[in-house]
Write a protein that binds this ligand. Structure first.
Ligand code: DSN
Length: 423
């Protein structure tokens, strides 16, 4: 660290890093200036434990209105009858949903982490895999698609109390109806975690989990392009028996978020979520969401043309999972060498990977952030070229430096998204 560094100078350096490079991390994005301003507003000063009109602190009259606007917009955007906008993250949203709907020791069924699922879907290193007994479904080895048949057989045999669908690294759309059929058959609660794809779902570009799923959890900062945070939604509210007492699922979730697993809500973030929900209802956002998918399809095709193996042979969403096993490079090496050329992505397990999660055989690429910067389909061939050139010249520092310069000059043409006031 440079001895002159301080937090402000480091923020400037980070801003330069974000602007000059190609941001391909599938879970990242760039928020609008409105959202950034609201995150940095004085709303952060206020304690407001509880819910609108039911708080444990005085002086919440204005905060109540803000949170209510966020709730109303979330319900409208996701076609839900109930929304809780207080979860600090997607993981905390999932924590609250489990707390609301099942008991310690119950069986949950999730998407295998090494096939594209998330830690909170039952991984042994996560609370979800230690408090609950987890079982998993995964991909078909040949097609790279979710093996719905096997999922049904496992579920019917083990009868999980809760099934969670949704993914962190799956590039295809999800057939929620198939999950519903199984959930109905065994009487389990069905949850969709749409953290990655929320923005593509609310614009109608991907299948909507409602009415098939009972509950949706999400983050607000990936394709949805809002502040870093979580969200819980219920389509049709229903009575649920927990601890011999029947209560509405919406009430159980409210209690599970606060006081169940969180304290005071971040009202600056909740206000920023409200802005993001409104942005996501605009025509401009629909164009943006369509472009995310067009870019992902074009990039996936360009990489395949260069001999890269793409899991499932393409993508329906913002995400591309590249299997590097035919390229003589691990995921870890690829992530590290790409970052030296200012191409940021993350190493990722590929299905049936024989390498550890710290090494991996693949990388995950996403197009949400570069699409916000304004890149279009015809730029994807360039990006595929740069990725390929860096990987095949991994020991050639001069070549990589030249590519980095090319990328830095190219990205100067795409200043950060700056949208109009939409509050
Ligand atoms: N870390 C997020 C992602 O990158 O997908 C999920 O929590």
């Amino acid at each position: 660290m440079n001895h002159k560094d301080n937090i402000y100078s480091l923020i400037e350096k980070e801003k330069d890093r974000q602007l000059r490079g190609l941001e391909l991390i599938a879970s990242e994005n760039f928020v609008s200036s409105d959202i950034l301003n609201v995150i940095g507003s004085i709303l952060t000063n206020k304690y407001a434990e509880g819910y609108p009109n039911k708080r444990y602190y005085g002086g919440c009259e204005i905060i109540d209105k803000i949170e209510q606007i966020a709730i109303n917009r979330a319900k409208k955007l996701f076609k839900a009858n109930y929304a809780n906008v207080q979860s600090h993250s997607g993981s905390q949203a999932n924590t609250a949903v489990y707390l609301a709907s099942i008991k310690p020791g119950d069986i949950i069924m999730g998407f295998d982490l090494s096939h594209g699922g998330h830690l909170t879907h039952g991984a042994s290193v996560n609370f979800s895999g230690s408090i609950y007994r987890s079982i998993f479904y995964g991909l078909n080895k040949e097609t790279g698609l979710i093996d719905y048949e096997k999922m049904s057989l496992i579920a019917i045999e083990k009868k999980p109390k809760l099934i969670i669908c949704g993914a962190s690294a799956y590039s295809r759309d999800i057939d929620y109806k198939k999950f519903r059929e199984v959930a109905d058959y065994i009487g389990s609660i069905l949850v969709a975690d749409i953290a990655h794809t929320a923005g593509l779902i609310v614009t109608g570009l991907l299948n909507h989990p409602f009415p098939h799923c009972n509950i949706i959890t999400s983050t607000t900062h990936k394709t949805l392009r809002g502040p870093r945070g979580g969200l819980i939604l219920v389509g049709n509210d229903f009575e649920h028996e927990k601890s011999l007492k029947k209560q509405k699922m919406s009430q159980l979730i409210d209690k599970a978020v606060f006081p169940g697993c969180q304290g005071g809500p971040f009202e600056n973030i909740i206000a920023a979520k409200a802005i993001a929900f409104k942005e996501a209802m605009t025509k401009e956002y629909l164009f943006y969401a369509k472009q995310i998918i067009r870019n992902a399809k074009a990039l996936s095709k360009s990489l395949m043309d260069k001999g890269y193996n793409i899991i499932s042979g393409g993508t329906d969403n913002h995400c591309i999972l590249v299997d590097l096993r035919n390229k003589n490079i691990t995921g870890k090496e690829a992530e590290n060498i790409l970052v030296t050329a200012d191409i940021t992505c993350n190493k990722n397990m590929v299905p049936f990977d024989n390498k550890s999660p710290l090494i991996t055989s693949g990388i995950r690429i996403g197009t949400a952030a570069i699409t916000t910067r304004g890149l279009k389909e015809n730029d994807m061939e360039n990006i595929a070229n740069w990725i390929n050139e860096v990987i095949i010249n991994k020991s050639n520092n001069l070549k990589i430096k030249n590519i980095k310069n090319e990328i830095n000059n190219f990205m100067k043409n795409y200043p950060l998204f700056n949208n109009k006031i939409l509050n």
